[in-house]
Structure formats: structure tokens, C-alpha cells
Unconditional design. Structure first.
Ligand code: GLA
Length: 402
């Protein structure tokens, strides 16, 4: 009888594994890394990327917690080989992709690559449609740890099914890989992608602009604020192992210092995957200081894994609150108006309630220590009103600790 029960139990566990899809535990906090797209588009090759890997280390990015090194579109030849395999472009990668992946791994980083659910990638290279299992096996043989999977050229394809198929193919290939869905939020992936992958894009592509982007080739990317405004309603779908992805960072790609700082702060408040997208070899000191601010990163990586919510909004001033582990909080004051604004925030007049994280904080009951995460200074407690002037398109980001 006991044996029969054990056999049944074993059978149940085994069949659960057959149906299990994504590798669990790969992204208990939002993934952090670098991706080639925002700066280089398809102009990538081994010498350039090796230089990027080297500065990834020497600039302190790896030590600040960035782990993944992801090649976006443009790494392949325009055709598969006679056996249907994808081929790393030999002009760009003369030593092949395995050798480059080995180089990335030798520096203590993880390696990521890109393809698309459609017949072609967005830049016109061979897509994965119909080759899911074959491509996943190839990636596994190269040592890929992260796959970004796009949504161009998908006419007539069902998003849920296409992404589930690729997720199963990764599982079958046997190598744990983060699966990053990039269908731009078109089919509400936050409602179904948690079972399939670790992160999913919630919007179209970001551009390096805070407020208003400029059209290029008749198409307009989204600004930091455009994307920010689309996150509040989907925050309940994110959590450890499954994240909304408001797209990669544009820090260091042409915005002003205050705008870069605000963009980074807001992405940390959103528990966003932090994928830098700048030329690491040419980072200014200010850019490096933003991307490697460990106290801001700790807010992003907080183990509770809860996205911020908009607590207050008036006249271009917004206040975001992110519940943290141990009943602590991060609070970000954003001035999105075009003039400096004075804030005077008397904590004791506020009660913070958040049903999603079951947070309930009354500042008359609990006093917190305040830490300014950009000034890197302790600035008193919530016992006293917080007063400061914030410049246009700038933030103050505070951690409220016990
Ligand atoms: C889409 C994605 C981008 C990038 C490009 C590559 O636009 O959303 O992030 O991967 O394709 O062609």
C-alpha cells in the first residue's frame, strides 16, 4: 500500500514536471544587465562587445549588481544554414557565438541573446516561428542564460501560444534561461505571462527623452513619462519571478543629468528590470554614479518585490510610494512640471494604505528615519515635515527606514 502511494506520488511529481514550463527562481528580484539595442541597434560585433564586457567590469557595473550581458537584434546572418540552424554572422563574430558566450562567462557575467516569435525579427533577420525547439537547443549549446523574444512579423500568430511554445522549448533544451517576453503589452501579457517567463514588456519602445520624444522615420518611441503613466494600473501583476518590464534604460543616452536621475529612480520604484542601454566605454562620471547607486538599486531589488503606486498628484508634482520588506518604504517625489516646485510634506497628516502589499502605515504611530538616496545623507525623521525645492524634471528619492 505504502509503495503504491509512493509510486502514485512520484508519478504526480513527475507529471507536474512535464507540464511545468519556465524555470522558477531565476528572477526573484528584477533582472539587471546591459543590452546592445538602445545605443547600437544592429551595429554590433565581437571587438565592440568585448570592449563593453571589459568596461562592464572596470566601471563597477558588475559589482553594483548587473549580471546579464544581452545581445539584441542583428547578431545573425540573414538566412539559416542548410540544416535550419541560426548562424552568428561570421563578419561580426568571426570566432562564433559560443566563443563570445565563453568570454562573457569568463568575466563572471551571464549571457543573453535575442530573437522573435515571428517569421523575421524586427530588423529582418530570421525569426524563430516554427524553429522554437531547434533554436532553444542551439542557445543551450552556446550557454545562453537569457532570451529576449520579440513580436514583429507575427500576423495570424496567437501571442499566448507562441510564447508558451518558446517557453516549453527552453524547458526542453534543459538549460535554465530567463525568458523575457517583448510583445509590447499588446495582449495584456501581465495576465498570462507569469507562467511562461520572468518578465514581459508592458509598452512599446522607449526613446531617450523624458517628456516628449521626437519621431524618427515616421515612428515615435515613448518617453520616460509616457511609460511611467502606463504602469500604475498593472502593478498588481508583478512580483518575485514575474515582472512588468517598462523597457530598458536610456540613462547616459542624451537626456539631462536630472532627467537620467529621475528616470533611474522611477524605474527602481517600479521594481523594473534594470537593463542599461548606453555605451559603457564612454560613460561620464555622472552616468556611472546614477547606474551604480547601490542604495537606489536596493530599492529596485527589494525582496518584497512590490511596485510603487502613485500616492499623490497635483500640478505636476507626483509622489510615488514603494512598500519594502520589513515594513519599510521608499518614497519618490517627482516634479514633472517645467518649473521648480517647493514641497512641504507633513508625514503625520498621511496614512499609507496599500491593499496589494497589505501595507498600512500611520506616521503618528511609527516614526521612520529618512535617508536621501541621491544626496546619500540621513536627513532626520518623519517626526518633522519634509521641505525641499525640486527642480523641473527632477526627483527626490527617500528611504524610510526603521
Ligand atoms: C523591437 C523591440 C526593441 C528591440 C528591437 C530590435 O522594437 O521592442 O526592444 O529589440 O525590436 O529590432
Amino acid at each position: 500500500m505504502k509503495n503504491l502511494l509512493l509510486t502514485l506520488l512520484f508519478g504526480l511529481v513527475a507529471s507536474a514536471n512535464v507540464f511545468a514550463q519556465k524555470f522558477e527562481d531565476l528572477a526573484q528580484t528584477p533582472p539587471m544587465g546591459w543590452n546592445s539595442w538602445n545605443t547600437f541597434q544592429t551595429r554590433i560585433d565581437e571587438p565592440l562587445l568585448k570592449g563593453m564586457v571589459d568596461t562592464y567590469i572596470s566601471s563597477g557595473m558588475r559589482d553594483a549588481g548587473y549580471t546579464y550581458f544581452v545581445l539584441d537584434d542583428g547578431w545573425m546572418t540573414m538566412e539559416r544554414d542548410k540544416d535550419g540552424n541560426l548562424v552568428a554572422d561570421p563578419k561580426k563574430f568571426p570566432n562564433g557565438m559560443k566563443a563570445f558566450a565563453d568570454y562573457v562567462h569568463s568575466k563572471g557575467l551571464k549571457f543573453g541573446i535575442y530573437n522573435c516569435a515571428g517569421t523575421k525579427t524586427c530588423a529582418g533577420y530570421p525569426g524563430t516561428r516554427g524553429y522554437e525547439y531547434q533554436d532553444a537547443r542551439l542557445y543551450a549549446s552556446w550557454g545562453v542564460d537569457y532570451l529576449k523574444f520579440d513580436w514583429c512579423n507575427t500576423e495570424g500568430i496567437n501571442a499566448k501560444e507562441a510564447y508558451a511554445t518558446m517557453s516549453k522549448a527552453i524547458r526542453a533544451a534543459g538549460r535554465p534561461m530567463i525568458f523575457s517576453l517583448c510583445e509590447w503589452g499588446q495582449h495584456q501579457p501581465w495576465k498570462w505571462a507569469g507562467k511562461v517567463g520572468q518578465l514581459w514588456r508592458s509598452t512599446g519602445d522607449i526613446g531617450a527623452a523624458f517628456d516628449e520624444t521626437v519621431a524618427r522615420n515616421g515612428w515615435k518611441p515613448l518617453s520616460v513619462l509616457n511609460i511611467l503613466d502606463r504602469q500604475d494600473s498593472i502593478r498588481q501583476y508583478a512580483g518575485p519571478g514575474h515582472w512588468n518590464d517598462p523597457d530598458m534604460l536610456e540613462v547616459g543616452n542624451g537626456m539631462k543629468y536630472n532627467e537620467d536621475k529621475a528616470h533611474f529612480s522611477l524605474w527602481c520604484m517600479l521594481a523594473a528590470p534594470l537593463m542599461a542601454g548606453n555605451d559603457l566605454r564612454k560613460m561620464s562620471e555622472q552616468t556611472t554614479a546614477i547606474l551604480t547607486n547601490k542604495e537606489a538599486i536596493a530599492v529596485d531589488q527589494d525582496p518584497l518585490g512590490v511596485e510603487c503606486f502613485k500616492y499623490y498628484s497635483f500640478d505636476g508634482l507626483e509622489i510615488f510610494v514603494k512598500p519594502l520588506a520589513n515594513n519599510e518604504l521608499a518614497v519618490c517625489f517627482l516634479n514633472r512640471s517645467n518649473r521648480p516646485q517647493n514641497i512641504s510634506f507633513d508625514w503625520k497628516e498621511h496614512v499609507i494604505n496599500d491593499a496589494i502589499s497589505k501595507t498600512n502605515i500611520d506616521f503618528n504611530q511609527t516614526t521612520f528615519k529618512l535617508r536621501d538616496l541621491w544626496a546619500k545623507k540621513d536627513i532626520g525623521t518623519t517626526g518633522k515635515a519634509f521641505k525641499q525645492t525640486i527642480g523641473a524634471n527632477d526627483v527626490v528619492m527617500l528611504k524610510l527606514g526603521k
